[in-house]
Every structure is written in C-alpha cells, then in structure tokens.
Design a binder for this molecule. Structure first.
Ligand SMILES: Nc1ncnc2c1ncn2[C@@H]1O[C@H](COP(=O)(O)OP(=O)(O)O)[C@@H](O)[C@H]1O
Ligand SMILES: CCCC(=O)OP(=O)(O)O
Length: 360
C-alpha cells in the first residue's frame, strides 16, 4: 500500500486524512473553539498544537511506515499559477516570515514538511489560497499604488466547480460559475472558461463579513480607529482576520451555536447571521455582473453551507441570477491527494516556487 497523508489547517479546524489507491482510508476533522484559538498569540504559535493533533491521528492508524508523501493545504505565498508545488526552503521561508500575510493555511506546508522530514519522504502543496488567474481589469483597486490580489479557497472552488460542471453535462473549461466558499473565512470567485477571472479576496478586507473576519469596512472610520488605537500592521491583520465578523458581534464563530441561540429567540444572533447572508448574496450579484449575467450555476460550499438556514437565505436573494447548487463542506482533502498523486505517479512534475510567475 502506498499511502499519502493529507493535512488541512483552517482558521476554525484541523482536517487530516490518509488516502491510498484512490481510496480514503481515514479522515478526521477537529473543530477549534474561539477559546482554544485565542490561547495563541499568532498562527505560527499554533504549530505544535496542530502537529500533535495530526501525530495522534497517524499514531492511532499505525500507518506511518506506509506513507510515501505528505501534502498540505497551501498558504499565503506570492501570487502563483495553480498546480502541485514541492515544499522547499524558498516556500517555507516566505511562510515562516509571513511575508504575504498570516492565516492557518500557512501551516499546511510547514507541518507537511515536519512530517515528511521525519519520514524521509517528499512534501507538497496543491492550488494554494494565492492561485491568481485574475484578469487585468479585476486588479484595479481605486487607489494608485494599491492593487487587488487573489486570495481565496482556490483548491475547493475549482474542485467543486469542476464537479458541478460535470453534473450539468458541461466542462469546467467551457462553463461559467460563481463559487462562494463559506468557512471561517469567506471568498468568492467568478470562474469563466476554466479561469478565476475575478475573486473577492477572503482575507485582506474585501467582500462579506464572515464567522471571524470583517470583510470590507468603511475606510475612513476604520482608519480613524487604527490611528486612535495606535495599531500596528500586525494588530490590524489580527483584528480584521481573526477578531471581527460574527466573533466581534456575538463572541462566537460556530454557526451551529449561533443558530441554536437564534432558535431560542436571540434576535441579535438572527440579525447578524442574516447580515452575513445578505452580504454574501450582494457579492454574488457583483460577480454576476463580472460575468455579464452569463452564469451556469451559483455554487455555495464550505462548512457554513451545512446550515440549511444560511443556504436558504442566500438562495432566496440570488436564485434569480442562476440555479443555486449547494456543496456543503469541501473537496479539499481529495483534491490535495489527487494533486500529490499525479506527481508521485510521474504524470506531472512538481513546480518549484522560485521558478514560477503569473501571467498578468
Ligand atoms: N453542521 C454544521 N452546520 C452549520 N455550520 C457548520 C457545520 N459544520 C461546520 N460549520 C461551520 O463552518 C465553519 C467552518 O468551515 P470549514 O470550511 O469547515 O472550516 P475552516 O474555515 O476552518 O476551513 C464554522 O463557522 C462552523 O461553525
Ligand atoms: C481566503 C483564505 C482561505 C480561508 O479563509 O480559509 P478558512 O476558511 O479555512 O479560514
């Protein structure tokens, strides 16, 4: 048996799986509460905590000697084309220094490397959150010197769009889709003929608010607050991606808990959950315009879409644009496995981070 270990650190969860011979052998999702994550001063400090979760999972399975590769979710790197990348020193350096911002996915390559080194096997990442296929017009921000960039759940957005295209008897390369991924972070993509031509960035302060992020804010009021509170860039990052959104309004990032409160008559819980759905829907509308209304399907995915309430709210606002397809959870684990397997089988050569550049 030639097994591959798959590691997927998210803002509110750690997902681990082992695949072999195109089959899922075992999978585990550990969800992290607000209290658990708040113990750590930053993402890098969570390395040992997440390492131990994965180590326990592997030890329980007793399959370590069968592993031939480790693949992790790819984090915030320079803008790069999609594909499978070898985890090398150049890539690890940018992640450890948080050169392109901080997020739990930065730990994907770092943890994959730790396990791979101890087992003397290769480590990879696949379609990281910085896959950038935006067209030139989408990059303009509105202020000279600041450019929009693509940061999204690229791996899952592409995997579910490909699946929905197949279900509709089309191909991803000839279809047109709006994908909204709702996890701890929320990102949206306009996928046209196999390319993410515009993206609502899930971490830098664009788009809807999320369980733990602010999304877009009124710039002037936010600037006043940053100045009044003497915030550093690091403080700003932690506030807008980690301590904002539903967490700031309700002290909670778990949609299941928020729904429970709402069902017990908590009007505030309902108000802010509805607000998030409303903002996601408005952003779907924006991408509908980017695609000039030619949309084969709106795809709603991510952990939050397990909520029938959220799904029906967003559907209510957007189904006039195109049919809405729900894909609760994600296909990230399988997509990571398949990406690593292509390289292990010699069907594809792993890309080197230092050698790639995006076409603008
Ligand atoms: N069954 C469920 N019903 C409603 N919300 C859920 C459910 N399962 C997970 N979620 C929510 O999904 C979000 C996490 O999304 P997910 O994509 O799994 O993780 P992450 O953002 O950590 O990668 C959390 O807000 C969580 O409360
Ligand atoms: C946009 C970056 C990816 C992201 O937000 O992932 P999580 O939902 O796992 O935090």
């Amino acid at each position: 048996m030639e097994a591959i270990l798959v590691i997927n650190p998210g803002s509110t969860s750690t997902k681990t799986a082992v695949y072999a011979d195109h089959q899922l052998i075992a999978e585990e999702t550990i969800r992290h509460s607000v209290e658990e994550i708040s113990q750590f001063k930053d993402v890098i400090s969570q390395t040992d905590f997440r390492y131990n979760i994965i180590k326990n999972f592997i030890d329980k399975l007793g399959l370590a000697e069968k592993l031939v590769a480790v693949v992790g979710r790819g984090g915030l790197l320079k803008p790069i084309p999609g594909g499978t990348y070898q985890v090398d020193q150049a890539l690890l350096k940018d992640l450890r220094e948080e050169k392109y911002n901080t997020h739990a996915s930065n730990l994907g390559a770092i943890l994959a490397n730790e396990f791979a080194e101890s087992l003397n096997i290769p480590a990879f990442i696949v379609d990281p959150v910085v896959v950038d296929e935006m067209k030139p017009l989408s990059r303009i921000s509105g202020l000279k010197g600041i450019e929009r960039r693509s940061v999204c759940h690229a791996l899952n957005q592409k995997a579910v769009a490909r699946k929905v295209a197949e279900d509709l008897g089309k191909t991803y390369e000839t279809g047109s889709f709006i994908v909204a991924h709702l996890g701890g972070g929320i990102s949206l993509g306009a996928h046209e003929n196999g390319r993410m031509v515009d993206v609502i960035n899930g971490i830098d302060g664009e788009g809807p608010y999320t369980p733990e992020r602010s999304g877009a804010l009124p710039v002037l009021d936010f600037s006043k607050r940053v100045i009044a509170e003497n915030m550093t860039v690091s403080d700003v990052k932690k506030l807008i991606a980690g301590n904002a959104g539903l967490k700031s309004y309700l002290g909670e990032t778990d949609i299941r808990e928020i729904e429970k409160r709402m069902n017990q008559g908590d009007e505030e819980a309902k108000y802010y959950l509805d607000g998030m759905c409303y903002q996601v829907a408005k952003n779907i509308g924006e991408l509908g315009v980017a695609l000039k209304g030619q949309v084969d399907a709106i795809i709603l995915t991510g952990g939050v879409i397990y909520s029938q309430y959220v799904l029906s709210k967003i559907t209510e606002y957007t189904e006039w644009i195109a049919p809405v397809k729900a894909f609760p959870g994600e296909m990230e684990m399988e997509a990571l496995y398949v990406g690593a397997l292509r390289v292990i089988k010699g069907e594809e050569k792993a890309l080197a981070y230092d050698e790639v550049e995006i076409l603008k």
